[in-house]
Ligand binder design. Structure first.
Ligand code: GLN
Length: 491
């Protein structure tokens, strides 16, 4: 295979597939191509789909954009890759990311930074968001029809917002994670990026099924409970024509919001109101602690997950059989020291500290309590309860509406528009903490395992020159369909 990341750092192209095939198959061509021959197997039959490089593929390397897996090739496909291929999709290539998914700008990569296909007014290169920046850029640049990314704390939604694409993170446990390299297991989800909500929905429908190989994947029984809950008349009507109650979390209206983001938020609310839906301010008080909790929990889980990269079982190993002829103990240290990038090392140190015997009560356990508060906040504003927390008797009495609260929440995906790549690499202008802060609006839904979609909303202009901002729709657990419906209303 041929590595083309050096030039645009987006998509790995493979020599057995011609380059023409990688670049934008238009809808008409696709219809001729597929319909001309036979009935398409699925909505993605014959479509090119790129795959984030932390999702295992048998035919191509899976590097997680890390030096430590530089030459690693998985012996199997992730379930999601098998599902797409069985449905007739063509894996276009693997996309660049922040190493192991750790970052918000896709600059923490062993292979170099991802460039956003959109530039700012003065032609400067912009961040494509992270960590699924390569996936988002490959969609935005029409290199493929859709892309699979992963979203642990916002990694599909933020790149979608920065590149002007649609990015969907499903409820935790809906899509199989088997064969997806773990970053923080309790938060990791596979997400979908494409140009329209309709195509995201088509792909979600293919992937939303039980996989017994992933123990955190929803069981068939849990899936039926969720469906039964949504089929009660009160909730079924939300998917048809009933006016929706849209919640506006007041805590998200921070002074740091850039004017274009605030304008996109206001325009979206006005648009939904015009369609007959009603707008309601709601309060999510634990939100302001969500980011700190996330940056304790995610590195804690990551430090444990990354312990397996020791130069013995996977990927690259420091030179010499025993690490440059030094005693055995150095093999681990040398391999990890050379193989991991700076941000990953920072997370390992942070996570190991917060899980250590002396500190765990003060950090990890406290952060888990905050996570509970964040989940509780969401439960108290949604009209629907968490369908897996509703008792059978409540369900039978249809006593599942707590009070007249909201159906979905609407807020910005990120506080500001994409930063310039040159600013991100200048330590005087941006620190790693600045990257953490961009996740402030995406992390709460991740902590609560809720479905969320980011859709591009036009603030000014039109076409390729339009000024866009990502607007996020968040729903109750299991309300994936509803969230996508509202996203579609904003397109
Ligand atoms: N930016 C967040 C982080 O670095 C989220 C990453 C993700 O969702 N994979 O942890």
């Amino acid at each position: 295979w041929e590595n083309t990341w050096g030039s645009d750092c987006v998509l790995r192209l493979y020599s057995d597939k011609s380059c023409d095939n990688q670049i934008g198959i238009a809808d008409d061509d696709w219809n001729d191509h597929t319909l001309g021959k036979s009935k398409p197997k699925s909505a993605v039959d014959g479509r090119l789909i790129s795959i984030k490089d932390n999702i295992c593929t048998r035919d191509m390397p899976t590097t997680c954009a890390s030096g430590i897996l530089d030459k690693f090739k998985s012996p199997f496909n992730a379930t999601v890759v098998d599902e797409l291929e069985n449905a007739g999709a063509i894996v276009a290539g693997k996309t660049n990311l922040d190493e192991f998914g750790m970052g918000s700008n896709s600059i923490n990569s062993h292979f170099g930074a991802v460039q956003n296909p959109r530039r700012d007014g003065s032609g400067e290169d912009l961040s494509a968001g992270g960590s699924s920046g390569g996936s988002a850029a490959s969609v935005a640049a029409d290199q493929c029809y859709a892309s699979l990314g992963t979203d642990t704390g916002g990694s599909v939604r933020l790149p979608a917002a920065y590149t002007g694409t649609v990015g969907f993170k499903p409820s935790y446990g809906m899509i199989s994670r088997w064969g997806v390299v773990a970053y923080a297991n309790s938060l990791d989800t596979v997400g979908i990026l494409s140009k329209t909500t309709a195509s995201v929905r088509d792909i979600f429908d293919l992937l939303n099924k039980h996989d017994q190989r992933d123990p955190t994947n929803l069981s068939i029984q849990s899936r039926s409970r969720i469906n039964a809950y949504h089929q009660t008349p009160r909730f079924a009507s939300r998917l048809t024509s009933a006016p929706l109650r849209i919640g506006v979390p007041i805590e998200y209206n921070v002074s740091e919001l850039t004017p274009s983001v605030r304008r996109a938020w206001i325009l979206s609310l006005a648009h939904l109101q015009k369609q007959g839906h009603t707008i309601h301010p709601v309060s999510l008080p634990a939100t302001r602690h969500a980011l700190s909790a996330y940056y304790i929990l995610a590195p804690g889980e990551a430090s444990s997950n990354l312990a397996k990269y020791d130069g013995v079982r996977y990927g690259t190993r420091a030179a010499g059989p025993d690490g440059d002829g030094k005693p055995d103990g150095y093999l681990y240290a040398n391999t990890r020291g050379e193989g991991f990038g700076a941000e990953v090392k920072r997370r390992i140190v942070l996570g190991t500290f917060s899980l250590s015997a002396d500190e765990i009560d003060n950090y990890f356990i406290k952060a888990q309590r905050v996570r509970r508060l964040v989940q509780h906040d969401f439960d108290s504003v949604f009209a629907a309860k968490h369908p897996l927390h509703v008792t059978a008797s409540q369900h039978a009495q249809n006593d599942s509406v707590t009070h007249p609260d909201v159906d979905v929440l609407l807020c910005p995906t990120a506080p500001s528009s994409p930063p310039r790549l040159s600013d991100l690499t200048d330590p005087k202008k941006k620190s790693s903490l600045d990257a953490y802060v961009t996740d402030v609006f995406t992390v709460p839904a991740s902590l609560a395992g809720l479905p969320a979609v980011s859709v591009p909303v036009t603030v000014a202009g039109q076409g390729d020159e339009a000024e866009l901002a990502g607007i996020q729709v968040v729903g109750q657990y299991g309300d994936d369909e509803l969230v996508m419906n509202v996203g579609e209303m904003l397109e």
